[in-house]
Design a protein around this ligand. Structure first.
Ligand code: FAD
Length: 699
């Protein structure tokens, strides 16, 4: 058939941590089974594709990073399409479908994808398929899987339409200009994708994997007495269903054991983000009392000998290793304990079917196994379905095999969400739950993402204490649960807490930050670029800071800086400063009682504090949360923002806090300006645009 000759589409991905790339690769792989061919490129490889002349449909998978920015790999592309001189029909010839990835815990959900989508629309490009926005907070696959399912039909229709258009073009060339450029009817994305063909989607799978799984196998994982499903047990209908399981991802990594010895690579070689600095930790103070719900620590780093510069408000990244016990456990389960210090060479498997296969950048070509598991792989990552699918092949017990198949199948989607994603199950939990599963190291390298450096806001000023950098964090705690027999601490915060334990004792329970200065281990850090969260350049304008919990951290740096400037320049004019701080209990987690000093020496003009869990005997209950206190100061907040063109900063570890604060600001603006809510929202948007309303929010 003539239409069969034209079945190519362009597939672009813009990835920060590898997720968008992995999804694009899945699309690329599935394309073949639908009789289509994807020409896949990273969006940064602008010499390999040309959207200006592209005639075939384009599929874009793009993630979001930072505070709603497109990934670094998309920066050049975004800059190019943002060019204001481009005409509105610049991409009128283009048909595209876009899948945005994001995390609704962060501000500006999926903004990377939305930005590109919006701009392509402005430039006349047309959707051949509805945009999908996948949320990592609830599980990317909830949108990604049905989006990919629906993509094939939409692509085929788009290719067909394009073909008809082309033949019409050549037939009535003289009238080509009159051919309508109206958008094609967009193929609707049905999120509730129905499973129509109950067949195994894995071409390479053996008969034993299939739907004809014997009932006695099923009974192994779901004994009659178990009516409740769990990570290892399934119940009908899943346990009796034929399964649609994903295609087995092609292996592409080979690990060769070397006889030689040597040195592991330097940590900085694993990070392309910039120079890393190894700096001593010189002080550690526990800011919260033992009975506080969360434990907050302040650490001091000696950066005097490092060419590391920062401004108050900056964040930086800490390179952290995986937990030693977990690495040892993993080595034991993989049967590699004896070989932990052996050097291996990691390379691409010859003849692999994976397109464009290359050794992941975060894996050194030559290092010890222990080094790879300690510094390179996020071993706590929630295993993706493709990983589960690959693990099936490494599992000898038939019951365990079946359950792993279920968990990666379409029929087991809600089990996956419940028992794996929502339970934050990691590889180690899986290997405990499925003891006959013995994956090779190469599989871990193929499927586990890069161990990410963790970001922290600087909580000091280089003017106030030159050569020193402070930061504050809560030790993240994950309690034990049905899928995880032991409690765990956050990878980085747990490691830091252990590292500084010897330093911590002298000043335990102390709520001020003065402590004996000594030194423990060193940690590696590097700057986190692209930050707008800085003090106003004009010192005379007022500003408001809102930072509950550890969100106060950067504001300590702001205030230290301001105090020093005031001391050094007594004749300068300084605008007023407001700080809204909140915590649970006044006597347990009021992190910085030194705020009072800033108030007394005039650095801080107004300090507003609230305690959400302290009981009160007052007739009128005191405000609980920062947004409540803000509302009480509505007139002043409006004056600072509207009359005095001041700045408003929000920092904290929860997106809903930032949302509550911005809702309060909208209410304040609307009330004080006697305008409706929409008008107030527009003003807030304008403040954001002018970078006078700034947020630094993490989860
Ligand atoms: P991780 O091990 O990475 O776990 C953290 C998250 O992973 C949890 O919240 C949870 O969602 C998930 N998770 C992983 N495993 C489990 C499990 N078994 N059970 C349940 N959930 C699980 N933090 C601060 O404390 N202070 C700061 O000043 C600060 N500044 C930041 C600035 C920026 C720009 C950014 C992006 C982040 C900032 N953070 C800050 C957050 C910080 O980077 C880390 O995310 C945080 O310290 C946790 O790291 P971790 O390795 O200890 O935890």
């Amino acid at each position: 058939m003539c239409c069969e000759s034209k079945r190519r589409f362009l597939l672009l991905y813009a990835t920060q941590k590898g997720q968008a790339k992995a999804i694009a690769e899945e699309i690329w792989q599935q394309a073949g089974t639908h009789g289509l061919e994807a020409d896949m490129h990273c969006i940064s490889e602008m010499d390999k594709y040309n959207l200006e002349t592209e005639k075939d449909p384009v599929v874009i998978v793009i993630s979001t990073t930072g505070t709603g920015d497109p990934p670094d790999t998309a920066r050049k592309f975004v800059k190019k399409i943002q060019d204001k001189t481009l005409p509105p029909d610049h991409f009128a010839h283009l048909q595209y479908g876009l899948l945005g990835l994001g995390d609704s815990e962060y501000m500006f959900f999926c903004n990377g994808g939305r930005t590109v989508d919006r701009r392509l629309q402005e430039l006349g490009a047309q959707h051949f398929y509805d945009t999908g926005l996948a949320d990592d907070c609830v599980g990317l696959e909830l949108v990604v899987d049905p989006w990919i399912d629906g993509l094939w039909l939409a692509l085929k229709e788009a290719l067909q339409l394009q073909k008809e258009k082309e033949s019409m073009n050549s037939a009535v060339d003289a009238f080509s200009s009159s051919i309508s450029t109206a958008p094609h009817p967009v193929h609707e994305l049905k999120l509730s994708s129905e499973v129509q063909n109950l067949k195994l989607e894995d071409d390479g799978a053996r008969a034993s994997d299939t739907l004809s799984q014997k009932l006695d196998d099923i009974n192994l994982v779901a004994p009659a007495r178990d009516t409740e499903p769990s990570l290892v047990h399934s119940v009908p209908p899943v346990s009796q269903s034929a399964l649609n399981i994903p295609a087995l991802p092609p292996e592409y990594i080979e690990v060769e054991f070397l006889d030689t010895q040597g040195e592991n690579p330097h940590l900085s070689s694993l990070f392309s983000e910039g120079t890393t600095f190894e700096v001593p930790v010189t002080k550690a103070v526990q800011l919260t009392r033992e009975d506080a719900i969360k434990t907050a620590l302040l650490l001091e780093l000696d950066i005097a000998d490092a060419a590391f510069e920062y401004q108050p408000g900056d964040a930086f990244c800490v390179l952290c290793p995986n937990n030693v016990t977990e690495v040892e456990e993993l080595l034991h389960i993989l049967g590699l304990s004896e070989k932990r210090d052996d050097f291996v060479c990691v390379k691409v498997k010859q003849g692999t079917k994976k397109k464009g296969a290359s050794r992941p950048q975060h894996i050194p070509e030559r290092s010890t196994i222990k080094f790879i598991l300690t510094w390179c792989l996020e071993i706590r990552a929630i295993p993706k379905k493709a990983f589960l699918r690959a693990l099936v092949e490494c599992t000898s017990d038939a019951g365990e095999k079946r359950r792993l198949q279920e968990l990666c199948s379409r029929q087991g989607a809600s089990d996956y969400t419940h028992f794996i994603r929502d339970s934050n199950v990691c590889l180690l939990d899986l290997l405990h739950a499925f003891p006959s599963c013995k994956p090779p190291l190469s599989l871990l390298i193929e499927h586990l993402p890069k161990l990410q450096a963790r970001s922290y806001s600087v909580s000091s000023s280089n003017l106030y204490q030159p050569g020193r950098l402070h930061f504050v964090f809560n030790i993240v705690e994950f309690p034990a649960g049905p899928s995880r027999p032991v409690s765990r601490k956050g990878v980085c915060t747990g490691w830091l807490a252990e590292l500084v334990a010897p330093l911590l004792h002298p000043s335990k329970n102390s709520l001020d930050t003065k402590g004996e200065s000594s030194s423990t281990g060193k940690i590696s850090i590097f700057p986190r670029p692209n930050n707008a969260f800085h003090l106003p350049a004009d010192l005379s304008v007022p500003f408001i800071m809102v930072g509950p919990g550890t969100g106060i951290s950067p504001f300590i740096g702001f205030l230290q800086h301001r105090q020093k400037l005031r001391e050094q320049h007594t004749d300068w004019e300084f605008g007023e400063t407001w700080l809204f701080f909140g915590c649970r209990h006044q006597d347990r987690d009021y992190l910085f009682k030194q705020l009072q000093c800033f108030l007394e020496n005039g650095t801080l003009t107004h300090l507003k504090v609230c305690f959400s869990r302290d009981s009160s005997t007052a007739e009128v209950a005191p405000p609980k949360y920062v947004q409540d206190v803000l509302r009480l100061c509505a007139k002043e907040v409006a004056r600072v923002l509207l009359k005095e063109r001041g700045y408003f900063y929000v920092c904290g570890d929860k997106k809903h806090m930032a949302d509550d604060v911005s809702d309060a600001v909208v209410d304040i603006l609307s009330m004080e300006m006697e305008a409706d809510k929409l008008e107030a929202m527009k003003i807030l948007a304008m403040l954001r645009e002018e970078k006078r309303y700034l947020q630094d929010v993490w989860s």
